[in-house]
Design a protein around this ligand. Structure first.
Ligand SMILES: [Zn+2]
Length: 178
């Protein structure tokens, strides 16, 4: 804990969890970060995959940039088009997101939609993001994401379809769209 003044939302909580929630506790924010870790980079792809209202998505992306969790990169000059890429600070949210997913599955019986493996050896990650075979914590770019048994095998949107293919985290998705 530190003595930094907190924002009005959790004014009475001098706690690092409360501080973190001021940044990532808004609706949609962690799902935007999740998608960015999965390799979604473009505004329209976030929009299609999340189904968030446009204004909300735009506000969340701006907030994530302001907090240094995503950064904007220009990938096309004319017309100008930007994409959103996870920073080191954003990568550091991976263990939190993975823990939330495991918790949801364990306590609310949610289906296993995706399986995360160590790309080097194919072993499924342990609960702390470690590879039980190699005995190391697996860096985010070395995590291979493969479809789990609960995943819809024929989704309607192109982003979900792109995410059916086994891929490393962060590797940009291929939607076949400009
Ligand atoms: Zn391994």
């Amino acid at each position: 804990m530190d003595a930094m003044p907190l924002g009005k939302d959790y004014a009475r909580q001098e706690c690092s969890i409360a501080r973190a929630l001021e940044i990532v506790g808004e609706r949609w924010t962690l799902l935007v970060v999740r998608d960015a870790l999965y390799g979604v980079r473009r505004y329209n792809d976030f929009l299609i995959h999340l189904g968030a209202p446009r204004a909300v998505l735009a506000a969340r992306l701006q907030a994530l940039i302001a907090e240094g969790i995503l950064e904007k990169r220009r990938y096309q000059q004319s017309p100008p088009r930007d994409e959103y890429v996870v920073t080191q600070r954003g990568l550091a949210l991976w263990p939190t997101l993975r823990s939330l997913g495991l918790w949801g599955r364990e306590h609310f019986g949610e289906a296993k939609l995706r399986i995360f493996q160590h790309a080097d050896c194919g072993t499924e990650l342990g609960p702390y993001g470690e590879c039980p075979t190699c005995g190391t914590v697996v860096p985010v770019p070395d995590v291979l994401m493969v479809p789990g048994p609960g995943l819809d095998p024929d989704p309607a949107d192109p982003v979900s379809r792109a995410l059916l293919k086994p891929k490393r985290l962060l590797e940009p998705i291929e939607t076949g769209q400009g």
